[in-house]
Structures are given as structure tokens and as C-alpha cells.
Design a binder for this molecule. Structure first.
Ligand code: ADP
Length: 591
């Protein structure tokens, strides 16, 4: 790009040029006028001298005393600087103050002589070959009765006129230079005065461009400049206000976006990410800075999401669907989109909202499974009861032995139904109380809870001749809902007895860690294989359903234990080896 000149270096040379041209023109005109003046004055002098001589010469010429003309010319010419030449009307020279007329050529062709021969005053300037210098000639006609009989010519070398003129011209040039020098200084001053406020404005405008809007322009003296400075200052104020508004709006918008639990991604028509909030970056396991400006294909490897973005960009409609994201485990995302428009309502992309609904969908699945499981668990005993009631109605009631057997079976299933309903009610009670934090905590002896639990299970243990060993420090106390804690230990003991061989030993012991009180129930029964352990505490989950039912299990015992410990901010763990036995442990936080 062509380098731009500063304003002062545009103004100053222009002014200077104008002044120099004007000065040159004035000087030229003055010197030419002076030259004219000098030449006119010289011509007038010569004419006057000629007129003074006219009579004297004419007398001699007209009295045919032509020979005396030349000596008179020489006599007068010796006393003045002027050369005097007298000619007849045909141009023959008859007298000359400086030369011998006999040696002089005919002067009839000289312009001033031609004019004088025609009866007028002739004037000419030219180079004289005779005297070898520039001369001014003035020729007067010498007349008798209006008839020209001769010509009187006076002439003077122009050298003295030229010299005088030259000295005046030198003075004019010197004066011109002086004026030019002064004018150049004045030009520089004026140029600076004009460009200075503009330079200042430029500097302040540069500050504005850098965003430093607190600068202000001082008002210059010129009206137009003062108006411009005022307009620029007002512009800075307004710009500042607008920038502040934009920044505060952006901050609000970013605060809203970053505080959202849902991930939000703005994508342009080329599928590039315009902006992304922290939640979206977390969901996609990436940093929001790295993702900005890149395409959605580059940052997320998920065909379903790519297809969704493509579809919504081409349709411009809102859409919603669930997708599975396999990135550090499997997660279900609910994605929704809405068209993204600019200030002119023109569609510039799409806004995608991501919601991690893995937990929600899992809960929905658990709820569905639960309803199916409950229905199934209830239907089995109900079907049995219905079948035996019908058998009784169909005549079996008349056979007392059979009737008693059937009634005993019906009672067993009714008890099972009652147990299921009892445990479901207990579970929902614990859940509800846990939700609204209504669990009544009281300080109590852990040993007492364990002894009460063992006592509750003693009868069942004796049936299988199982010994229950207790190893518990009597000083241990826990802050808990004691009846619920007893229920949890009873459930674990009940399982330990149920799934142990006859004549074996079940051990209940307590231990302390830095932060927990641990109640362990250990048996040497059948044990549980590893694959079942993660799901063991789910409702109705049973390793061997037939065996559990036969033993009167509902599949809810361990779920109840889990919920009771969770309600105490604790946890339950299990270690088991198939064929060797299991150890269940309740971990409660220490008060
Ligand atoms: P259930 O009423 O069937 O005993 P639970 O919820 O108490 O239901 O237990 C779930 C399943 O865990 C049981 O069906 C059983 O298969 C297994 N289980 C629980 N405790 C033990 C144990 N001590 N030894 C072996 N298996 C056990």
C-alpha cells in the first residue's frame, strides 16, 4: 500500500508552492514592467534629444549644405553619450557622430528609418553590427512642407539600461527570496496549526480503537473541529455505555449457561461449535476452550449425535430424542434442538441441549422391573391359593385329611403374601422417612442391638442346630434408629441361618475403623458366586429363586438392609466365596 503522508507535509509544500509561484509571477511581471518603463523612458529621452537637434540639422540639410552635417553630428555627439546619424530620405548616410558616413552602408532598410521616411517617429532595438552591441534607435522625419527630406536618428547603447535593469531585478529577486523565506516559515506555522488538532484527534481515536474509551478530546478553537471533537467524545461515551451493556448481558448469559445442569451447544450451519457451556463439556468429557471453533464431528465420536445435528440443521425444526453415548462408560443423553437465529431473524445454526438422563432412565427401568417383579411375586402365591380354594370347593373340603393339608398350604402362601406386603411396606416406610429425614436417631449400645437380633433368630437357628457366636465390645455405642438397625441385623442373621448347613456356626462381631462402626455377620454356608454380588441388594433379586422360595424368602431382605444403612448414611458390603460362606457387613458412620 502506498505510504500515506502526514497532513502537515501535504499542506506545507502546497502552501509553499502557491506562494513561490505567486512570488515568481509577481517578480516576473514587475521586472518586465520595469523593463518597459526603462525602455520607454530611454526612447522618450532619445526623442527629446532628436527634437532638440532637429532644427539645427534640418537647416543645414535643407540649405543643401550637406557636407556640414557630419561635422555638426560629430561635434554634438562628442559631448553626449548619444550617437547621432543623419540620412537622406533614400537612406544614404550624410552625417554620423561616430563613423565616417562615406564608409557607412545605406540605412534605408532599417525599420526605424522606413517609419521616419513615412513621416512618423520610428523606434527600434537591435544589435548594431557597426558598434557591436545592442542599441535603441529613435528616428525623426525631417520635413519641408510635409515632404520628408531626411531622417535624424539618435541611438544609445542599451548596456547601461540593461545594467540598471539587472540591478533592479537582483534586488527584486533578493526581496522575493526574503519574502519566500518568511512565507515558508508562516506556511509551516499555519500548516501546523491546522494539522495539530487533527493529529490530536487521530491519537485519541487510536485510543478509542484500542478500547480505551475514558480518553477525551480537548475542544479546539475552530468551530468545525470543536464540533468534530464533541461528536467524537459523545461517540466514546455512547460506545462505552453500549460495551458495558453488551459485557453485562454477556456475563449474565454466561452465568446462566454455566449454572445450567443441562449442556448447551450452539452450532453454526457448517456444524462448527460457536459456544458450549461447562455442563456440555463435562458430559462430552472435553474442555470447552478446546471444543470452540471445531466441528461437532471432530470433538464427539457419536453417529447418532452427528445425524441429529445434521437433521436439525437441514430441517430448521425443533427435535428431541434419546441417544446412547459410549465414552468412559455408557450414558443415555436426552438431546433437544431449536433453531439458532441472529438479530435479523436469519437462521445461523442450531442450539442443542444435552441432558444426562442415565440415572432417570435407570430409575424408570428399576420402577418398571419393580412393578413387574411385585406382580409376579404376588401372582405366584395367589394362583396357588386360588387353585387350592377351588379344589376344596370341588369336594376336597369333605375329606378332612386333604382339607387340612390344603388349608396348611393355603396358610403358607397367605403368610408368604403377608411377608411380601409387610416387607414392601417396611421398605417404602424407610424410603419415605429417609427422604424427609425422619429417621429417629438415638444413642444406644450396639451389643444390645446384636443380642436382641440373635434372640429373635435363636429359634430358627436351633431348628438347624446352628450356633450363633457373638464377639462384641460392650462399650460400643452407635447413634441409630435402634429398632431399624435390629431389623437389618436380623435380616442378615436370618439369611446366614437360611443359607447355612445344619450344625454350622454363624458369627456376629463388631469392629471399629477410623470413621465407622462395623457389624459383621459371617456364615460358613453355601456362599455366593462373584457374578451375583453387584445385584444382590436389588429388590427381589435372588441367586437361586426356587431355593429362596422354599426357604420362605421374599427377595427383599437385603434390599431392606441396604435402605436401612443408607438411611443412616452408612453402607453394606459383602464378601463371599462359593461353598465357603459369606460375610455381610453393616458400616455405620461414627458419631
Ligand atoms: P431372600 O428373602 O431370598 O433371602 P434376600 O434379599 O435376603 O432375599 O437375599 C437375596 C438373595 O441373596 C437370596 O435369595 C440368596 O440367594 C442370596 N443370599 C443372601 N444371603 C446369603 C447368604 N448368607 N449366603 C448365601 N446366599 C445368600
Amino acid at each position: 500500500m502506498k505510504k500515506k503522508k502526514r497532513l502537515i507535509w501535504q499542506l506545507y509544500p502546497s502552501y509553499l508552492l502557491i506562494i513561490l509561484i505567486s512570488l515568481g509571477a509577481v517578480s516576473g511581471y514587475a521586472s518586465s514592467a520595469l523593463r518597459h518603463f526603462f525602455l520607454n523612458r530611454t526612447a522618450a529621452d532619445l526623442k527629446t534629444q532628436s527634437q532638440l537637434l532637429e532644427k539645427q540639422i534640418a537647416r543645414r540639410l535643407f540649405s543643401q549644405d550637406i557636407a556640414s552635417v557630419d561635422p555638426v553630428c560629430k561635434e554634438i555627439g562628442a559631448s553626449v553619450l548619444t550617437r547621432i546619424t543623419v540620412m537622406l530620405s533614400n537612406g544614404r548616410v550624410v552625417g554620423d557622430s561616430e563613423k565616417n558616413p562615406g564608409n557607412m552602408e545605406n540605412h534605408g532598410d532599417r525599420p526605424e528609418v522606413i517609419r521616419a521616411a513615412a513621416g512618423q517617429v520610428g523606434t527600434a532595438i537591435r544589435y548594431s553590427r557597426t558598434l557591436e552591441q545592442r542599441m535603441m534607435y529613435v528616428a525623426l522625419p525631417l520635413k519641408i512642407n510635409d515632404s520628408v527630406k531626411g531622417v535624424l536618428r539618435t541611438s544609445i547603447p542599451l548596456m547601461s539600461v540593461d545594467e540598471e535593469l539587472k540591478s533592479v531585478q537582483i534586488r527584486i529577486a533578493f526581496g522575493g527570496c526574503l519574502i519566500a523565506f518568511l512565507a515558508s516559515g508562516i506556511c509551516l506555522y499555519v500548516s501546523r496549526r491546522i494539522s495539530h488538532p487533527i493529529e490530536e484527534m487521530k491519537q485519541v481515536a487510536e485510543h478509542f480503537a484500542k478500547g480505551e474509551l475514558e480518553h477525551r478530546l480537548a475542544a479546539p478553537n475552530t468551530k468545525e473541529m470543536a464540533g468534530l471533537a464533541d461528536a467524537m467524545n459523545q461517540m466514546a461515551v455512547q460506545l462505552r455505555e453500549r460495551i458495558e451493556t453488551v459485557i453485562s448481558q454477556r456475563n449474565e448469559y454466561e452465568a446462566v449457561l454455566s449454572s445450567m445442569v443441562e449442556g448447551v451447544i450452539a452450532i453454526d450451519m457448517e456444524e462448527r461449535i460457536l459456544s458450549i457451556n461447562h455442563a456440555a463439556a463435562n458430559i462430552l468429557k472435553n474442555s470447552s476452550h478446546e471444543m470452540k471453533g471445531r466441528t461437532i464431528q471432530e470433538v464427539v465420536r457419536n453417529r447418532e449425535l452427528h445425524a441429529f445435528v445434521e437433521e436439525t440443521l437441514s430441517s430448521g425444526q425443533t427435535a428431541e430424542r434419546d441417544i446412547v453415548l459410549r465414552q468412559n462408560g455408557e450414558r443415555i443423553l436426552n438431546i433437544r434442538s431449536a433453531p439458532l437465529c441472529n438479530a435479523n431473524e436469519k437462521r445461523i445454526g442450531t442450539l442443542v441441549v444435552l441432558d444426562d438422563v442415565t440415572h432417570l432412565r435407570h430409575l424408570e427401568e428399576v420402577r418398571r422391573d419393580f412393578v413387574a417383579n411385585v406382580s409376579h411375586e404376588i401372582r405366584t402365591p395367589l394362583t396357588a391359593i386360588k387353585g387350592f380354594v377351588e379344589t376344596l370347593q370341588n369336594g376336597a373340603v369333605d375329606n378332612p385329611e386333604e382339607a387340612e393339608r390344603f388349608l396348611a398350604i393355603i396358610e403358607k402362601h397367605v403368610n408368604r403374601l403377608a411377608a411380601i406386603i409387610e416387607e414392601l411396606l417396611l421398605l417404602s416406610k424407610i424410603e419415605r422417612e429417609d427422604e424427609i429425614r425422619q429417621i429417629q436417631l438415638e444413642e444406644g449400645s450396639v451389643e444390645e442391638v446384636i443380642r436382641a437380633s440373635v434372640q429373635a433368630c435363636q429359634a430358627k437357628a436351633e431348628e438347624k442346630n446352628i450356633r450363633i457366636d457373638i464377639s462384641c465390645e460392650d462399650t460400643f455405642s452407635a447413634k441409630a434408629d435402634l429398632p431399624l438397625l435390629e431389623q437389618a441385623v436380623v435380616n442378615l442373621l436370618d439369611n446366614a441361618i437360611k443359607y447355612s448347613r445344619e450344625n454350622s456356626v454363624v458369627r456376629v462381631e463388631t469392629a471399629l475403623s477410623d470413621s465407622e462402626i462395623i457389624i459383621k455377620v459371617q456364615d460358613h454356608g453355601m456362599g455366593i458366586s462373584k457374578q451375583h454380588l453387584p445385584r444382590l441388594f436389588e429388590r427381589f433379586y435372588r441367586v437361586d429363586k426356587a431355593r429362596s422360595c422354599k426357604l420362605g424368602g421374599t427377595g427383599l431382605g437385603l434390599a431392606i438392609v441396604k435402605h436401612i444403612t443408607q438411611a443412616h448414611d452408612g453402607r453394606v458390603t459383602v464378601e463371599s466365596a462359593l461353598g465357603k460362606g459369606s460375610t455381610f457387613a453393616i458400616h455405620l458412620p461414627r458419631g
